[in-house]
Design a protein around this ligand. Structure first.
Ligand SMILES: *[C@@H]1O[C@H](CO)[C@@H](O)[C@H](O)[C@H]1NC(C)=O
Length: 373
C-alpha cells in the first residue's frame, strides 16, 4: 500500500503525541518539591536525639555512646544507627537541613522539628499498662509527641504565617507501633494476643494523623511496619528448627505476617482518612516492601550475602545478636565494614540500608505528592 499524504500526516500526529503530549501530561502534575519544613513523629527509626535527652533513663542508653554514629557523624547523636536515618536522607533530598530533636531546646527549628523518641509506642503508657505491657525506656508515646507538636505551634504561630508554613511542610507520622509489638513479644504475650492489639495501634496512628491534619498539615506520609521477621532480634528469639517457619528471604513467616496485618489495617485506615480529607495528600510509605527490595537485591547493592542477617554491631549466635550483650555494651565488637551489612545492631539498620530504603521510598512517594526531587 502506497503511503499517501494523509497517512503520513497521521503518523506524524502520533509521533507528536507520544513525544510531547504524553510527557506534558505527566509533568503537568509534577513540579519540583518545594517543602520548607519536615515534622516527624515516631520511634527509634527516626529519632535524631530526643531519647538521649530524656533523663535519667534515656541519657544512659547505648544510643548516647559510640559506636552509635561512628561512621558518619564520628560521635553519638542519639540516632540508632552508625549514621544518618531515612528522615535525614528525605531532608537532604528536599534540600533541607537534618532535623533537630525537639528536646534540644535551643536548636534551630526553622525547617521543622523531630519529635520522634527511640523506644516510644503508638499506644499510651496507660493503655499498654492495662495489658501489663511496660515500655522500658520512655513514656513519650505518640500522644505525648503530638502534645509537643502543639506546644511548638504555640511558639511559632503568632501570625497567620503559620498556616502557610504548615501548608508547605511534609509531615511524617511514623514508623510507629513497632515497639508496641516488640514489648508485647518480649514481655511474654502470645501472637494471638498481639494480633488483637493491631486495630487499637492502627486506630491510634490514624487519630494522631487526623489531629496533625486538623492543625494544618496538608501533606502527610504514614509509614507501615518493617518485615520484623527479618530482624536479628526476632530471628534469634524465635528461631525454629522447622524450615517451613521461614520464607524465601530466610525471615520468620509468622512475624512477617503480623507486620503485614498491621500494614493492611493501616492502609485501610488511610483510605478512610483520605475520604474525610479529600484536599489533603495522605500517603502510605511501604517500609515492608522497601526492606524486602534491599534484601532481595543485597549483593548488587554491595551487601555481603553470607552475613545478610547478621548484625554489624553485636555478638553471638547465628545472627550476631545477644539480648544480654547488645551493641554499645562493653566488649561488644563492631564489624569492620558496616556498609556491607543491612542490620546495624540487630534491631536497627545501617546507614547504608536506610539510604537504599529511602531511595526506594522516594521513587514511589514523590509521584504521589506530585513533585519530583
Ligand atoms: C513511665 O511512667 C511511669 C508512671 O508514671 C513511671 O513509673 C515510669 O518510671 C516511667 N518510665 C519511664 C521510662 O520514664
Amino acid at each position: 500500500m502506497p503511503i499517501n499524504k494523509k497517512s503520513m500526516l497521521s503518523l506524524f500526529q502520533i509521533f507528536i503525541i507520544s513525544c510531547f503530549l504524553l510527557p506534558l501530561a505527566v509533568s503537568a502534575h509534577s513540579k519540583a518539591c518545594s517543602f520548607d519544613a519536615i515534622y516527624q513523629l515516631g520511634d527509634s527509626i527516626s529519632d535524631t536525639g530526643n531519647l538521649i535527652r530524656e533523663a535519667p533513663i534515656g541519657t544512659s542508653t547505648a544510643f548516647a555512646r559510640l559506636p552509635y554514629g561512628e561512621t558518619f557523624f564520628k560521635k553519638p547523636t542519639g540516632r540508632c544507627s552508625n549514621g544518618p536515618l531515612m528522615v535525614d536522607f528525605f531532608a537532604s533530598a528536599l534540600h533541607l537541613p537534618f532535623l533537630n530533636p525537639y528536646l534540644a531546646r535551643d536548636a534551630d527549628f526553622s525547617h521543622g522539628v523531630n519529635f520522634a523518641v527511640a523506644g516510644s509506642t503508638a499506644l499510651d503508657t496507660s493503655s499498654l499498662a492495662k495489658n501489663k505491657i511496660i515500655p522500658p525506656v520512655t513514656n513519650s508515646s505518640l500522644s505525648v509527641q503530638l502534645g509537643w507538636f502543639k506546644d511548638h505551634l504555640k511558639s511559632i504561630c503568632y501570625t497567620s504565617k503559620c498556616a502557610h508554613k504548615l501548608e508547605r511542610a511534609l509531615f511524617l507520622v511514623g514508623e510507629i507501633g513497632g515497639n508496641d509489638y516488640n514489648y508485647a513479644f518480649f514481655q511474654g504475650k502470645t501472637i494471638g494476643e498481639i494480633q488483637s492489639y493491631v486495630p487499637y495501634i492502627v486506630q491510634k496512628i490514624k487519630d494522631v494523623a487526623r489531629k496533625v491534619i486538623d492543625h494544618g498539615a496538608r501533606t502527610v506520609v504514614v509509614p507501615g511496619n518493617f518485615p520484623i521477621g527479618c530482624m536479628p532480634i526476632y530471628l534469634t528469639a524465635f528461631r525454629s528448627d522447622d524450615p517451613a517457619a521461614y520464607d524465601e528471604l530466610k525471615c520468620l513467616k509468622g512475624l512477617n505476617d503480623l507486620a503485614m496485618i498491621h500494614n493492611d489495617n493501616l492502609q485501610r485506615a488511610l483510605k478512610q482518612l483520605r475520604k474525610e480529607y479529600p484536599d489533603v495528600t495522605i500517603v502510605y510509605a511501604d517500609y515492608y516492601t522497601a526492606l524486602q527490595w534491599v534484601l532481595s537485591h543485597a549483593s548488587s547493592l554491595g551487601f555481603e550475602e553470607k552475613s545478610l542477617q547478621k548484625a554489624c554491631c553485636g555478638t553471638g549466635g547465628d545472627y550476631n545478636f545477644d539480648l544480654t550483650k547488645m551493641c554499645g555494651a562493653p566488649g561488644v565488637p563492631v564489624c569492620p565494614d558496616p556498609e556491607t551489612r543491612v542490620s546495624w545492631d540487630g534491631i536497627h539498620l545501617t546507614e547504608k540500608a536506610y539510604k537504599y530504603m529511602a531511595d526506594f521510598l522516594m521513587h514511589s512517594i514523590m509521584p504521589e505528592i506530585q513533585c519530583h526531587i
